[in-house]
Design a protein around this ligand. Structure first.
Ligand code: FPP
Ligand code: MG
Length: 331
């Protein structure tokens, strides 16, 4: 089941795959039955509250769009969600985040040492489960995408606090840390269905564009969102020094002395109590939130255009509606 505040739009879109998503939920909750009591306890904490399950949904709908009638999509969707969860608990350590989905992050509760190990355990467990299938092409995709996610996260961290971050490099970061897993979730769905290379390529491209839009909106919500709805504090990217599209655009649109002041203001964010307000006003002055939203909208438009090459089925309709929801989402 999805959380209540997401339930109305998502439950409706997920209608045709709800029983399969429920099966994923059961497999995830089974991880809470680990024989190690600490692993069991943390897994129960992690999987008791469900997220949007967007990656499993993309995998399932992509498979069904290509005529898949088997059951393996539940297993591969579970793996994709485990990898995503492992990445988030690592990301929360890197980002010093204390809240996710409205609850304490794992490292705030159990400490970073245990959490890193638990994240590693979850990840390697998903690969060990995948290896049992001997589907080496799919396992390869999972290993490659994880390497890309780590690389994206590394580039992002190394560029923290650096106002020279360009839009191109930002796009490379979000491509690697977020969009590739969207692309590969769709790709795995297509491959499970035995789709043609052209259709698998289209699905991957659809997921890629959707993933780019998803992360741009995620970064926008850090400026515009409501902390209670989001289940995490706003302006946390800014406080941690992560420079995302609105700020990149604002820096780029500001010249001379105003740019120097803006960069100084940004650098003083830890000591100046008015830093957040100043940055918000700079971002408003340069219409940078609108710019970022327009960029996300273009990626969604492209994703929908790619999807339109598939036959008009209820599964295509669901994917199309997920694309719309990525732009409208509040959490
Ligand atoms: C969230 O970004 C983070 C990601 C999309 C990817 C993180 C990837 C890693 C930490 C690599 C390690 C992966 C594994 C499986 C070992 P964000 O901080 O912008 O989003 P947030 O606001 O939700 O935290
Ligand atoms: Mg984060």
């Amino acid at each position: 089941m999805t959380d209540a505040s997401n339930a109305a739009p998502l439950d409706n879109i997920y209608r045709t795959i709800q029983s399969d998503l429920d099966a994923v939920e059961i497999s995830l909750k089974d991880l809470g039955g680990s024989s190690n009591p600490l692993i069991a306890e943390i897994n129960r904490y992690l999987f008791e509250k469900s997220g949007k399950r967007i990656r499993p949904a993309l995998l399932m709908l992509s498979a069904k769009l290509c005529g898949y009638e088997g059951r393996d999509h539940v297993f591969w969707s579970t793996l994709v969600e485990i990898i995503h969860t492992a990445s988030l608990i690592h990301d929360d350590i890197v980002d010093n985040s204390t809240l996710r989905r409205g609850q304490d992050t794992v490292h705030s509760r159990w400490g970073a040492n245990i959490t890193v190990l638990l994240g590693d355990f979850l990840y390697i467990q998903s690969i060990a489960m995948a290896l049992k299938t001997k589907s080496y092409d799919l396992i390869n995709i999972l290993a490659d995408v994880t390497a890309q996610m780590i690389e994206g996260e590394l580039i992002e961290y190394s560029m923290s606090g650096n106002p020279d971050l360009t839009e191109d490099l930002y796009l490379e970061i979000i491509d690697k840390k977020t969009a590739q897993l969207f692309a590969d979730s769709c790709q795995i769905g297509g491959r499970l269905a035995g789709a043609s290379p052209a259709d698998v390529g289209r699905l991957k491209d659809f997921g890629l564009h959707l993933g780019l839009a998803f992360q741009i909106v995620d970064d926008l919500l850090d400026y515009t969102g409501d902390a209670t709805t989001l289940g995490k504090p706003v302006l946390s990217d800014f406080r941690e020094g992560r420079i995302t599209l609105p700020l990149i655009h604002s820096f780029r649109q500001t010249a001379g002395k105003a740019r120097e002041d803006l960069i100084c203001g940004y650098r003083d964010r830890a000591v100046d109590p008015n830093a957040a307000a100043k940055i918000m006003s700079a971002v408003a002055k340069t219409a940078s939130l609108d710019y970022a939203f327009d960029r996300a909208s273009s990626y969604v438009a492209k994703a929908k255009e790619i999807l339109a090459a598939f036959p008009a089925t209820e599964h295509r309709e669901s994917l199309d509606r997920i694309a719309d929801l990525v732009l409208r989402r509040k959490k």
